[in-house]
Design a protein around this ligand. Structure first.
Ligand SMILES: Nc1ncnc2c1ncn2[C@@H]1O[C@H](COP(=O)(O)OP(=O)(O)OP(=O)(O)O)[C@@H](O)[C@H]1O
Ligand SMILES: [Mg+2]
Length: 352
């Protein structure tokens, strides 16, 4: 009986398209993956977010089968593909991959590029190419060569090529990083929409916080090969598990406070806590949670510096006790060093 319950807790849920358990990968003294556990369910869009060198590409390579974990297991749709003696080669894993550099075959036209990975008779292949090009909005582009396409169009061909064999999981490794800012925003929205339409299950890699927050169902925040938090974007942003995650996912002020249950006293007055506590704590206050008031609401502060960004401004203030805070606000009223302001926080706060 004991053996049975031990097995059932270890065995991944059958609804997981991907289940990672205890994945570890060492390169000499570098730990590129440390005891990584997570599940990806059908149709989910999961992002691996972390600084350069934290092990994001390594994780995708392990899932795709281009590399082998030192320990741990990988299940795809309930089938063991790595670990415990299994080593299913990449071509038999039903995993598609889109790389940063698109990697289209330059000597093949769009139709041939998309047809490349499809294992079917000629007519079925042609039908599938047409269908997938329609999905990415490139019907009629079959005979174009890659050099005759814009960066965004090339990226959509790369996506079509990865989707064409109907993989169980699509892996995307920083697929937008070669695009300029405006195109990047447009293409990533398009790609997200296409993936939603096709119901694809996708794992996406980025070191861009905005991209991760705006696209994902779940984010795995990675530091030094380990998943520090695996949560919905709103949870990662408003309830980060550690101060390091809080700092990585966005700008953060940390303010000392004294808690009594769900209330706390801090230099900004009395505030509400999301996670109750007793005694000395530190509050996470995002810059946009601070509101400036010209009148007599809130506590007085002096502007130390300001930076103008067009649709918003960043302002550094000092409270009377010299507590330094960074504020992000709209740019309708512009503030400058020396201005006297009043500041308040309304949102319930996360504390450490
Ligand atoms: N084949 C390899 N041999 C030795 N070390 C490797 C190998 N592949 C990766 N590493 C090391 O493992 C760590 C993780 O690398 P990885 O490429 O997974 O990082 P990443 O998160 O994708 O980074 P980036 O955002 O820069 O692409 C790095 O320290 C890297 O130098
Ligand atoms: Mg990488």
């Amino acid at each position: 009986m004991i053996q049975h319950s031990a097995l059932s807790t270890q065995h991944p849920k059958t609804t997981s398209v991907l289940a990672l358990r205890g994945i570890t990968r060492l390169f000499g003294s570098v730990c590129a993956a440390q005891q990584v556990d997570f599940d990806v369910h059908a149709g989910q869009f999961v992002t691996l977010l972390g600084p350069s060198g934290c092990g994001k590409t390594t994780m995708l390579r392990l899932i795709a089968g281009f590399d082998t974990p030192d320990s741990g297991t990988i299940h795809i749709n309930g089938r063991l593909v790595a670990g415990d003696g299994a080593a299913v080669p990449p071509e038999n894993r039903r995993v598609g991959m889109v790389f940063q550099d698109y990697a289209l075959f330059p000597h093949l036209n769009v139709g041939e590029n998309v047809a490349f990975g499809i294992n079917a008779k000629r007519n079925e292949k042609m039908r599938r190419v047409q269908a997938v090009l329609a999905q990415v909005g490139l019907s009629g582009y079959e005979n174009r060569m890659p050099y005759e396409l814009s960066g965004g169009q090339q990226q959509r061909v790369a996506l079509a090529r990865a989707l064409a064999p109907q993989p169980d999981i699509l892996l995307l490794d920083e697929p937008f990083s070669n695009l300029d800012t405006a195109l990047r925003t447009q293409v990533r929205a398009e790609v997200r929409h296409i993936l939603q339409q096709t119901g694809a299950t996708a794992i996406f890699v980025t070191h861009d916080q905005t991209e991760a927050l705006s696209l994902s169902d779940k984010i795995a925040v990675m530091f030094d090969g380990a998943v520090a938090q695996f949560d919905a974007p709103q949870s990662v942003y408003t309830r980060p598990a550690t101060k390091a995650i809080a700092r990585f996912i966005g700008e953060a002020n940390f303010v000392p406070a004294y808690a009594n249950g769900t209330r706390a006293q801090c230099p900004l007055g009395e505030v509400t806590l999301l996670n109750p506590a007793q005694g000395a704590v530190e509050l996470l206050i995002r810059p946009e949670m601070l509101h400036l008031h010209p009148a007599d609401e809130g506590v007085p502060a002096i502007v130390q510096w300001s930076e103008y960004y067009g649709h918003y401004q960043r302002i550094g203030i000092h409270l009377a006790d010299k507590t330094a805070l960074m504020i992000r606000t709209d740019s309708q009223v512009l503030y400058k060093a020396g201005d006297t302001v009043r500041v308040r926080v309304y949102a319930p706060l996360w504390r450490y």
